[in-house]
Design a binder for this molecule. Structure first.
Ligand SMILES: NC(=O)c1ccc[n+]([C@@H]2O[C@H](COP(=O)([O-])OP(=O)(O)OC[C@H]3O[C@@H](n4cnc5c(N)ncnc54)[C@H](O)[C@@H]3O)[C@@H](O)[C@H]2O)c1
Length: 251
């Protein structure tokens, strides 16, 4: 790593960093010179992943994103360990629930609680520290289910559209204070979350699913000052899946 690393003066907090997209993001951020707090419910895996990334730049903190008190403790711990906070990546998420008629109240609450409440609590907890910096960045990991309807995933889609709307609103409210807020909308990405799903790739112009690193590259850009004029954006990384309806060509 050279002194000119893209993120050499940045500290970022990543939720859901023990696995999948969050882990790939934490890894890319450290590779680009940032110090990173990996936060996750899964303490055992998270701690060992942080150790692999190097204890000088990576630190693990146990976090339940559904609990505002847990967020307060993790932000406090991040500031204790690295002295500042420039980036928040809200990546923790769960799937499940099923179609509108199949979704139980319990499943609805569970999905909304992690995927939407978790993002709200995270931004609220990190904001005082982010406002201390001249410029800072929040990246909320939504989904293409937050850009279009998602048959069979009512709660998941509602939660991810919620993240989309919360991101736009926060961008309007915080932009003038130097805090940028953007959402990233992954398509089909190979992670433990999707390992059990059988998904066709016929709707994906790229003809394949994506890798977690392909999301992480964009997050690095959004955390860095390279993206200082990007605020309130919702960016799909989906191999073209939501570009439009390509079935018309077959009719
Ligand atoms: N994989 C995909 O195809 C895909 C597509 C679109 C969006 N996403 C979104 O990307 C994000 C990451 O997904 P992934 O595929 O890497 O999943 P993953 O299951 O590999 O990782 C999710 C992580 O979140 C953590 N987590 C779950 N509940 C938590 C809680 N209450 N508090 C703290 N941490 C918690 C898990 O322990 C896990 O480490 C999610 O928000 C997901 O909705 C994924």
């Amino acid at each position: 790593m050279s002194a000119l690393s893209r993120l050499h003066d940045k500290v970022a907090l990543v939720s859901g960093a023990a696995s999948g997209i969050g882990l790939a993001t934490a890894r890319r951020l450290t590779e680009e010179g940032a110090c990173v707090v990996l936060a996750d419910l899964d303490a055992e895996t998270g701690a060992s992943r942080a150790e692999e990334l190097g204890t000088d730049r990576a630190h693990f903190a146990e976090l339940d994103v559904t609990d505002p008190g847990s967020w307060a403790a993790v932000v406090h711990r991040s500031l204790d360990r690295f002295g500042q906070l420039d980036g928040l990546v809200n990546c923790a998420g769960v799937g499940g629930g099923g179609s509108l008629c199949e979704t139980s109240e319990e499943d609805w609450r569970r999905v909304m609680s992690v995927n939407l409440d978790g993002v709200f609590f995270g931004m609220r907890a990190a904001l005082p520290a982010l406002l201390e910096r001249e410029t800072s960045s929040v990246v909320n990991i939504s989904s293409i289910a937050g850009l279009v309807g998602f048959k069979g995933s009512a709660a998941y889609a509602a939660s991810k559209w919620g993240v989309h709307g919360l991101t736009k609103t926060a961008a309007l409210e915080l932009g003038e204070h130097g805090v940028r807020v953007n959402s990233v909308h992954p398509g089909s990405i190979a992670t433990p979350l999707t390992a059990g799903l059988t998904r066709g790739i016929g709707q994906i112009p790229a003809g394949r699913v994506g890798a977690p690193e392909e999301i992480a590259h964009l997050v690095v850009h959004l955390v860095s000052d390279e993206s200082r004029f990007t605020n309130g954006a919702s960016i799909a990384v989906d191999g073209g899946e939501t570009a439009g309806n390509s079935l018309r060509g077959l009719l």
